[in-house]
Design a protein around this ligand. Structure first.
Ligand code: ADP
Length: 241
């Protein structure tokens, strides 16, 4: 799916949080939104997900205007830093959830859902955890399940908001490599929010640097490192390297 965002603006009270965002994400691309806390990354993700609305601007996905569509009609997979899995459901049932709650006419058969969940358990490298409950999993394992739940609906767009933010550095590195594999296997158009440069550059095809509600630069790791487009980018890169 191609996502075309144009001249998007958003204020909360008197504060401009998005100040004219223009961004096109290509079908199957993995793009990282990188920027300091408060730069508007989560707000942009929520607007794409239909959990918030802009004051002005456009959001067109595969040629369709998404702004009038309610969240349920957008086929979004969303993973947050603290993703609440259903504690009373097994891993298998958590992953199947988005399929089992579909209206009857659109719901796959029980056998088809079980087959889909088995495929995902394999892709996520957690078949041995299928019958456990969330409380019996590590943080990294929980985020694999959260991603499985997001992928089960075959999302048009996958939105990941600091999904590994609460995990140890070594586990984050493992999960990054693994996420690239999952992305290659599924080909989902993916937007990944992080304030961690290393994570952004290692994962993404293109990195979008945001500051104070604006896109400051879009490019590869080398382009952004070697040719920062503004003093803001230079400072931000220097501050964290
Ligand atoms: P980031 O994800 O880059 O940390 P956010 O999109 O979460 O940034 O927030 C951008 C700015 O918008 C912050 O200053 C934040 O305080 C403000 N903000 C976010 N959500 C709300 C809200 N619901 N009401 C008021 N201000 C908000």
């Amino acid at each position: 799916m191609t996502i075309a965002i144009s001249s998007l603006t958003k204020r909360f009270d008197q504060t401009a949080v998005l100040r004219g965002i223009d961004l096109t994400i290509n079908d199957g691309e993995l793009v990282a939104l990188l920027g300091p806390s408060g730069s508007g990354k989560t707000t942009l993700l929520k607007i794409i997900a239909g959990l918030d609305w802009p004051d002005a601007g456009g959001l067109v996905v595969n040629g369709q205007d998404w702004l009038p569509l309610p969240a349920q009609k957008r086929r979004i997979g969303f993973v947050f830093q603290h993703y609440a899995l259903f504690p009373h459901m097994t891993v298998r049932d958590n992953i199947a959830f988005g399929l089992t709650v579909r209206p009857k006419s659109e719901r796959p058969s029980k056998t088809a859902i079980a087959a889909k969940v088995d495929d995902l358990l394999g892709l996520l490298q957690i078949p041995h955890l299928a019958d456990r409950f969330p409380a019996q999993l590590s943080g990294g394992q929980r985020q694999r399940v959260a991603l499985g739940r997001a992928l089960a609906i075959e999302p048009a767009v996958l939105l990941l908001d600091e999904p590994f933010g609460a995990l140890d550095a070594a586990i984050r590195r493992d999960l990054r490599a693994w996420l690239r594999e999952v992305h290659q296997a599924t080909g989902s158009t993916t937007l990944f929010v992080t304030h961690d440069q290393e994570e952004a550059f290692e994962l993404a095809d293109r990195v979008v640097v945001m500051g104070e509600g604006r896109i400051e630069q879009i490019g590869s790791a080398d382009q952004i490192h070697d040719h920062p487009a503004s003093p803001f980018v230079a400072r931000f890169m220097g501050a964290v390297v």
